[in-house]
Design a binder for this molecule. Structure first.
Ligand SMILES: C[S@@+](CC[C@H](N)C(=O)[O-])C[C@H]1O[C@@H](n2cnc3c(N)ncnc32)[C@H](O)[C@@H]1O
Length: 267
């Protein structure tokens, strides 16, 4: 029988009002940071409630949001406070479950965020684009079309199917980023490729930029941090995710570890 006294991570998230915070941040992202007027208050209230009570983005995205908050505080990252624009790069993003969550998170204090997400596999990027578009259409259904259409700022998210280390060929992509994100790297299976990707990630960081990585399992996380340090990274904080969802494979779980890395200024 299910033990009703043990709160699920989702219940804990609900209690903290996390769903509403995420909803409002996503709404602000999709409105292009415009003041949202003429919103049907009844519809807005209903959507907020539904979002809070549902698993719209599921446990994993809520837990990722909480982990990002935690490491931002622990690493004392002030990207969100001192800049009104954030350039964000998501490398090896796969189908990119976090495609809307990351710009909403980094833009939650009002910053505009431009995000580029890249993966080698066309099919994954195709899914990522469709997933993002589906989310966008849900949120835009509450926003006055005049707010959305008067600006293209809300569509500042691009998905690219290519090698992560080839991005310099795209003229419109910044050469430096405030945040580079790599979720569930695959270092264990292909060290040479991932060495190149980490090297590229570190080389793409602005002076105050941060590389954030997450790992499925303990040993791979440790190896990733060792390699990143060798390549000139300074590990600001690394956290075990206590809410991480276990996978079928023993010892593996979603975003099991999350780390924030800056450039080593002694190099
Ligand atoms: C373990 S999956 C993680 C995917 C996604 N970030 C996630 O958390 O679900 C590793 C991803 O790296 C991508 N990848 C591997 N080598 C790459 C490269 N050189 N450039 C871009 N993506 C690459 C793969 O296509 C795959 O989607």
């Amino acid at each position: 029988m299910k033990d009703e006294s043990t709160p699920s991570p989702i219940t804990r998230s609900k209690d903290s009002g996390l769903g509403v915070v995420m909803f409002d941040s996503l709404l602000s992202h999709f409105s292009g940071k415009k003041e949202i007027s003429n919103v049907d208050p009844v519809l807005l209230k209903r959507m907020r409630q539904e979002f809070e009570n549902s698993e719209f983005f599921g446990e994993d995205m809520r837990n990722l949001w909480l982990m990002l908050e935690r490491i931002q505080i622990k690493a004392n990252l002030d990207l969100g406070n001192n800049e009104d624009h954030i350039d964000l790069l998501n490398l090896a993003c796969g189908y990119c479950e976090e495609g809307a969550i990351l710009p909403a998170f980094w833009g939650r204090s009002g910053q505009s965020v431009q995000q580029f997400s890249v993966d080698l596999r066309d099919a994954e990027i195709d899914k990522a684009k469709r997933r993002y578009a589906a989310t966008e259409s849900i949120f835009k259904s509450v926003i006055d079309p005049k707010v959305v259409n008067s600006s293209n700022e809300s569509s500042n998210v691009e998905f690219i199917a290519d090698n992560a280390v080839n991005l310099s060929i795209y003229g419109q992509i910044p050469s430096k980023f405030d945040v580079v994100f790599i979720r569930h790297q695959n270092l264990w299976h292909d060290r040479p490729t991932w060495q190149k990707i980490y090297d590229y990630a570190l080389g793409s960081l602005s002076e105050s930029g941060v590389l954030i990585i997450t790992s499925y399992f303990d040993r791979e996380h440790m190896l990733a941090l060792e390699l990143i340090k060798l390549l000139g990274g300074n590990v600001l904080v690394t956290e075990k995710n206590e809410l991480s969802r276990e996978l079928d494979f023993p010892g593996k779980s979603i975003d099991r570890h999350v780390a924030a890395i800056a450039l080593n200024t002694l190099n």
